[in-house]
Write a protein that binds this ligand. Structure first.
Ligand code: GCV
Length: 722
């Protein structure tokens, strides 16, 4: 008897250990049983089974997901019904629905686009039903995920009346994954693409990756690094890409590849890659035909050309237009697209790096073929914790511009720091370019409404790897999720996105959601404060970009050195981009130009981005720049202290595994926020010649110590095994 009881205790302990262990693999698609009986009752009262119209594999994926979710969330099997009955969920695309249902939804269906959905409660022959439909089966899949989300959020589904469509056409992840499975700027392990075992071995991760993307409406994935290898264009690899494309197809996820411009010479045997050479043009056409013969819905190519050492048309005195249009012609017969990156700056060009992409691309406005998108990073430098929007947005009305955000945290503390990026994405999307008067927001450029563009796109550089939880930091998942949501609708509110992600990923309890949502929203300003406040930028240590390195001044190219960006002297600090300096401001429209041209009217968050400011300059609060700079760094540390406290207070709502992991990661973040504060202030103190204000605690180490720190094995850079 005693033996039996202790055995039972042991079993229960094991079960509860299992229940409280959550490795985060399920992302926001957690279908744990809802513990609120009333909510469960509501769902059981309104859903007794499903009936589908159509036989597409996408529809199968939708119904399988619905069954899995329903069984998990309410704890009962969802039956497939032979006909439409009371309380059935009816799934099918418009053309497959019975005419009576179609007639009832006519006006709703007229409002959606080809990927949109209608989720509606109806009465059919006195039966209450919930219809999930769209113009296509992919629309039905998106609608199914919406119905599941309604349940995950514990919303009432008695009177569903939801109509939604994506506002941007091409919603892509960009993987900077190499064929050897290293990931450039990847902080979540190795690449999830197991090229060596493809095409035969299809890992469950591939399916779950596609499910996760479909659940947020991401419809394309560029599998390979923009610093590309031409090997991926060989038939050996095309076979592997095809295997992935087949897994992703039912989920509405198209595959794309990066095209190395010199491929005709490297994977072909041509002597040149000149885009005007007939043989080169033919080589790309043949290559496109070969790919499309295997993958009929292949999306197209993403190209980094003549940037950071990558080959491109400039090598042959040809322009970006020549290069992009040649590839565009190759994929056009197959309805493919080319995403040509505008991230260019030259070591030979003494012009301010922030100006170079605009100078090089804007004169080409209107010259790219219709199936070319120019892909522009959110800001004019490189994915900093804060940048003003890229001046190219709005400046090329006759060219579709695609937004490129970075989800992986190259300059924002890797996967060690909790930083909620949708807040930052939203800031950029909401910025007013004024190019067609007030209200000409970046979002309107990207969704094409400002200049009536047919082809639109948005890309996020993925933060995904082989880490069990996909993203390294558990909150990195929110950045993947939030990117997808904003790609679907760039006008969404990042706070609302944070709330839904928290509820789906952790808990619906308001006592949990409210404080942690606040923590997420504040986390972005926190990282700006402790890394690069008041418009400072690119002062991270070079190469790996981890930790502070404002002192670095010895790299081959001037614009690779942080000193290039902060320009600290005994007079002051900051980059003068006004008329008296590099005049990068002239690339923006009025009234931005005039407003930012003066220190007094420049928003403080961009102060040192646009101005070289004296240390003694009196800012809005009456204190000097030096004082305010120190105050911002201190504020950043205190912000993280608050994040630590908030997290400690919500322990009861989170499983042990994720709670403890996040708790430990926040301690790293706090330690590193202090590191940033101490190192940067000690460094700038040499120029300001001023005492640290009394609210700054005595730095733990001297400047020499901070300067001596090295991280040769930091993740995300080429490994140096030797
Ligand atoms: C893929 C930055 C990164 C590089 C990246 C480059 C780009 O410079 O540090 O790793 O290369 O941006 O976006 O092409």
């Amino acid at each position: 008897m005693i033996y039996k009881r202790s055995f039972l205790v042991l079993v229960l302990c094991c079960c509860s250990a299992l229940m409280s262990a959550q490795d985060g693999y399920d992302l926001w698609l957690q279908y744990d049983k809802i513990d609120d009986d009333k909510v469960v009752e509501n769902y059981l009262d309104h859903i007794s089974g499903f009936h589908k119209f159509g036989s597409d594999e996408t529809l199968d994926v939708a119904t399988t997901e619905l069954k899995t979710a329903f069984e998990g969330l309410v704890g009962q099997t969802l039956k497939e019904l032979n006909s439409v009955e009371e309380n059935s969920v009816v799934l099918g695309s418009e053309e497959n629905l019975p005419s009576e249902i179609r007639a009832m939804l006519k006006s709703d269906l007229s409002e959606i686009n080809s990927e949109g959905y209608v989720l509606k409660s109806l009465s059919l022959n006195n039966n209450r039903i919930t219809v999930v439909t769209g113009k296509t089966d992919v629309g039905v899949l998106y609608g199914t995920f919406r119905l599941i989300k309604e349940m995950q959020l514990h919303n009432n589904i008695t009177q569903c009346d939801i109509i939604d469509s994506p506002k941007i056409q091409k919603r892509l992840l960009n993987h900077w994954d190499n064929l050897d499975r290293t990931v450039e700027r990847g902080y979540a392990g190795f690449s999830i693409w197991d090229w060596h075992h493809l095409p035969e071995l299809i890992k469950p991760e591939y399916i779950d990756y596609a499910r996760a993307n479909a659940s947020i409406g991401i419809n394309g994935t560029v599998l390979t690094n923009v610093n590309a290898s031409s090997l991926v264009l060989t038939s050996h690899y095309i076979e592997k890409v095809k295997a992935l494309a087949e897994v992703f197809r039912p989920y509405g996820l198209q595959v794309y590849l990066t095209a190395r411009f010199s491929s005709p010479m490297e994977s072909g045997d041509l002597k040149t890659a000149d885009p005007l050479d007939p043989e080169v043009r033919q080589w790309w056409k043949d290559k496109a035909d070969e790919i499309y013969a295997e993958i009929p819905d292949f999306g197209g190519f993403l190209v980094k050309a003549n940037s950071e050492g990558q080959p491109g048309p400039n090598n042959y005195d040809r322009s970006h237009v020549d290069g992009a249009n040649m590839l565009a012609e190759a994929v056009a017969p197959h309805s493919g697209i080319v995403m040509w990156r505008a991230f260019v700056y030259s070591e030979d060009d003494p012009e301010d790096r922030a100006k170079q992409a605009y100078s090089e691309f804007v004169p080409f406005d209107g010259q790219f073929h219709d199936n070319v998108l120019v892909q522009v990073k959110n800001g004019p430098i490189d994915f900093q914790p804060r940048e003003p929007f890229h001046p190219m947005f709005g400046a090329m009305p006759d060219t579709p511009l695609m937004m490129e955000f970075q989800i992986t945290q190259e300059y924002l503390g890797f996967s060690s720091h909790l930083v909620y990026l949708p807040e930052m994405f939203e800031e950029t999307l909401d910025e007013d370019t004024y190019v067609q008067g007030e209200g000409s927001t970046v979002a309107k450029v990207v969704d094409g409404t400002l200049s009536n563009k047919k082809l639109t796109g948005i890309a996020g550089v993925a933060n995904i790897g082989t880490a069990k939880n996909w993203t390294g930091h558990p909150f990195g998942q929110a950045n993947w999720y939030g990117f997808g949501r904003l790609a679907w609708d760039p006008y969404l509110d990042s706070e609302a996105i944070a709330k839904e992600w928290l509820k789906m990923t952790f808990s619906n309890e308001q006592e949990f959601v409210d404080p942690v949502k606040d923590l997420m929203i504040k986390s972005r300003e926190a990282v700006v404060n402790y890394m690069t406040p008041l418009g400072l930028h690119h002062i991270m240590d070079t190469g790996h970009h981890y930790g502070p390195g404002p002192w670095v001044d010895d790299l081959g190219r001037p614009e690779w050195n942080p000193v290039y960006y902060h320009r600290a002297t005994s007079e002051g600090v900051g980059f003068d981009r006004t008329e008296s300096g590099s005049d990068a401001l002239s690339q923006y429209a009025e009234p931005i130009r005039e407003k930012y041209n003066s220190i007094e009217t420049t928003p403080e968050k961009y102060l040192l981005w646009f101005h070289h400011v004296p240390w003694d300059y009196k800012m809005e609060n009456g204190q000097t720049l030096w004082y305010n700079l120190a105050a911002k760094y201190q504020e950043g540390v205190e912000d993280v202290e608050e994040m630590v406290n908030t997290w400690n207070d919500i322990e009861e709502y989170v499983d042990d595994q994720r709670f403890e992991e996040i708790q430990m990661l926040l301690q790293i973040q706090l330690k590193e926020a202090k590191w940033w504060r101490n190192a940067v202030l000690l460094y700038f103190q040499q120029f300001s010649g001023k005492e640290l204000p009394e609210f700054i605690p005595e730095p733990e180490y001297d400047l020499e110590y901070y300067q001596s720190l090295e991280f040769p094995y930091a993740p995300g850079i080429s490994p140096s095994w030797h």
